[in-house]
Write a protein that binds this ligand. Structure first.
Ligand code: SF4
Length: 491
């Protein structure tokens, strides 16, 4: 077990929420999760979240209290904004499974309505990440295993418009396989949730380094641009700007490769057919599927030389001197050719006015980045910390009467039954996530609803305390970056 240095919150003194047997040897037993660590004085438990400080069980991280702005609608003419403190689940602690009321049940008045916020740390076995990685480069075939330090932690899922998607974690990898698989899955998820970089490898695919809010690194290359659109879309967007400067444009794309002259955009401009026929499967005029294999070359294909996608050039239609531009969907690759009298395409310097349009294509690309979305099911015993009748919470959430947030950030709730939620980890404060070795992720969770509804739901209303009381009681134990640390009446 690791030593600990942080001063934390004395849970025994604070709420009496957590049982902790203290033996003659000063060992404290933590019962915040089924691991039931026996913690020696001055040491922390297996998850590094709880520690034994002088025979008392403490939560190593302090509570994070944020602030939010509320509009005061009491007088429409003098509508003002007021700041309100909001106790989050970060550092709140909990038991797992939940067999006691949530650690903080905070009452306040919002727009004249008595409101309660039930604050806890959810411990999630049913959780995972959806990674959106902005790149055209082929990362791996759909359903391919994604590995972290050799263990499968997820798989490649659908490609979206300009992004490759990975699905990581989930209960099968966390608890359904060997112990090492679960441990490394938990490790990768936790690091990504806390905005750290993680290396992943895809079977028969790429090695990547991903981090929330940062450009992905694919096979050692930092990705720069997210494409404007597919090859057909690029043709449509820039057709008029290329018209007159070139006789043909071919936009190489693993999805739809676009060819200007037969494309509807070229037909509308009365462009002369160039007789160039591409490989692959023609979809509609000027739009081709499967011109090459997926890869890390032009437009997410394995193409390094764009002439490789030409099937034939019809000499009855083509003419010497014909000007042909090839570009990728991001403009990072482009080459300009003219047709000689032997009907061969010869590379030449790109004329500056043509290059200007290619540069415009690049300018229209957004910067590549990785988005990490945390997704979890907030059901099961977690609801017992909220109410004696858990279905009441589920119904109230499904009916939209309860605002669900994580670290003060409103979450997206999936439609249908249950409390299945999703949030962008970038929106949360730093180090908002933890873990327990079962293994499962620990994440802050708050339910906010009118006090009257909380009573109807069978809530633990007798446990409610005012937010200011929480802050006064915790004083120095609020997290250092809590915006409301400074307003404690103690300090
Ligand atoms: S793993 Fe953490 S939460 Fe679980 S018993 Fe040990 S110290 Fe407590």
């Amino acid at each position: 077990m690791a030593g600990h240095t942080k001063s934390g919150t004395n849970l025994l003194d604070r709420t009496s929420q957590f049982g902790a047997a203290v033996g003659d040897d000063g060992i404290v037993r933590c019962d915040a999760c089924p691991v039931l660590c026996r913690i020696k004085p001055g040491r922390s438990g297996a998850c590094d979240r709880y520690a034994n400080e002088d025979g008392k069980l403490i939560r190593c991280e302090s509570l994070y209290v944020t602030q939010r702005t509320l509009a005061d609608h009491s007088d429409a003419d003098t509508s003002e904004k007021t700041e309100q403190m909001f106790v989050t689940g970060i550092g709140a602690g909990t038991t797992y499974p939940d067999y006691k009321p949530a650690p903080f049940i905070v009452s306040s008045e919002i727009d004249g309505v008595d409101t309660v916020t039930v604050v806890t740390e959810g411990i999630f076995s049913f959780c995972g990440l959806k990674l959106k990685i902005d790149t055209d480069r082929h990362l791996g075939d759909e359903c391919s295993p994604v590995r972290h330090k050799g263990e499968q932690v997820g798989h490649v899922t659908t490609t979206e418009y300009g992004s490759q998607m990975l699905s990581l974690g989930g209960v099968r990898h966390l608890t359904g396989g060997e112990r090492k698989e679960g441990r490394l899955t938990c490790e990768a998820l936790l690091a990504l949730c806390n905005k750290e970089a993680v290396e992943l490898e895809i079977d028969d695919g790429a090695k990547i380094e991903v981090q929330a809010g940062r450009a992905p690194i694919v096979n050692g290359v930092v990705e720069q641009r997210m494409r404007v659109g597919c090859g057909s879309a690029v043709v449509g967007i820039f057709a008029q700007q290329w018209f007159g400067l070139v006789d043909e444009v071919i936009v190489v794309d693993d999805h739809i490769t676009g060819q200007l002259s037969p494309h509807q955009a070229g037909v509308c401009l009365d462009m002369r057919p160039t007789g160039i026929r591409l490989k692959g499967r023609k979809s509609t005029p000027g739009r081709y599927f499967n011109v090459a294999h997926p890869g890390s070359g032009w437009g997410g294909t394995d193409i390094q030389n764009p002439l490789d996608i030409i099937d034939r050039i019809d000499p009855k239609l083509a003419w010497p001197g014909m000007r042909v531009l090839f570009t990728s969907t991001t403009g990072e690759h482009s080459l300009y050719y003219t047709l000689n009298s032997d009907f061969e395409l010869i590379a030449e310097d790109t004329p500056s006015e043509v290059q200007t349009v290619v540069d415009r294509l690049g300018e229209n690309c957004e910067a590549s980045m990785t988005t990490v979305l945390f997704m979890a099911g907030a059901g099961g015993s977690l609801r017992a910390g909220f109410t004696t009748n858990p279905i009441q919470l589920t119904r109230a959430v499904v009916d939209g009467q309860v605002q669900v947030s994580m670290g003060g950030v409103p979450v997206y709730r999936y439609p249908g039954g249950g409390i299945t939620i999703m949030v962008d980890v970038l929106d949360l404060p730093e180090n908002a996530f933890g873990y327990v070795p079962t293994p499962a992720l620990v994440a802050p969770l708050e339910f906010e609803l009118p006090m009257a509804l909380y009573e109807d739901c069978g809530g633990h209303v007798e446990q409610a305390v005012r937010a200011q009381e929480v802050i006064d009681q915790l004083g120095e134990d609020l997290r250092a970056d809590s915006p409301f640390k400074v307003v404690s009446s103690n300090g």
